[in-house]
Ligand binder design. Sequence first.
Ligand SMILES: *Cc1c(COP(=O)(O)O)cnc(C)c1O
Length: 426
Amino acid sequence: MNQMMSQDTLCVQGGWQPKNGEPRVLPIYQSTTFKYETSEQMGRLFDLEESGYFYTRLANPTNDAVAAKICALEGGAAAMLTSSGQAANMYALLNICSAGDHVVSSATIYGGTSNLLTVTLKRFGISCTLVDPDADEEELEQAFRPNTRAVFGETIANPALVVLDIEKFARIAHNHGVPLIVDNTFATPINCRPFQWGADIVTHSTTKYMDGHAMCVGGCIVDSGNFDWEAHKDKYPGLTTPDESYHGVIYTQKFGKGAYITKATAQLMRDMGSIQSPQNAFLLNVGLETLHLRVPRHCENAKRVAEFLKARADVDWVCYPGLEGDKYYDLAMKYMPKGTCGVISFGLKGGREAAARFMDRLKLAAIVTHVADARTSVLHPASHTHRQLNDEQLREAGVDPSMIRLSVGIEEVKDIIQDLEEALGE
Ligand SMILES: *Cc1c(COP(=O)(O)O)cnc(C)c1O
């Protein structure tokens, strides 16, 4: 579909384009395998000589249609779905990093990604330097090494709600001849398209707003096609020199702007296999069809809730980048003038105990380990996701022991505020 088409139309109609007599609704290709007339034809698919389907771990038409929709929404050149957001970030990095390589990442990122970078990838021989996203360029420059292969950050960090200065990060990445990877989960392409600001690769946990109904865990990687791998040939031999496992194909030469995603599919998905199930991709697509309607409502509701909390005497602090006076308000207005996200964090004056009492009294907002779906939900990181850490360790991880993470849903905002009011008490 025409990439010039508006986001709203792409949400509804992007991706699946039925031909004459085909189903109007994206079908679920619930098949692991695909049939061919000749053995020779299937052989050409295995050699990447022709595009086509043969095994769902490598490609499936349902998944491809949904990836194409997300690709168009981000304004990218190529995209792939993965089984989870974690798999998306892992593949996005492993596609261009090997043992001995190094990554520079914003320190304020999702806990799972932080652990992936600093613990699990370290075991693979890939090291990482975490940087303060608010540091000036001179200070950020010092994190780079000759073996740095990528820079990583989140448009809006989960749960710190720090807004990334994407242009600044893109500039320092490009000064060092490496791509910027941005996890755009919280903003979604409805509020921010990181490629417009210089990011090269975008990742998503589609589990959040894209699905939007807390139905399926999933992920996506989108490549802008803008990073010039050939210009930095020595850094990215996997893309620019022959792949012996595919009879010497050179991805950049054969696939052009599709090189990065083709390599990730042909090598990482083939060997590691974190494929999204076509059933889940179908449900994700149903979610995407209303993304452009839901995201603005999440943002409107969250802003009203943030203003309500800010005005309460028993609320110690409120963090919401869409709220005037927030530390990240100016960056949010630059990168996300239409709205930020539906997630707010705040602390009560009574700290940890008051947080538990407040949460237990909520009726409409549910205590769940999830954010960014249609239903308002709440989590206390110190008692849940970050339970193993003591108060000092919590502060180091950027999580105040009093922090309540509130994911504002798309219910009537008056009902949400009434629930909060009753739970806070007089
Ligand atoms: C949830 C989340 C992830 C991990 O995604 P899963 O789908 O849970 O694997 C990664 N990044 C961000 C910003 C997230 O919010």
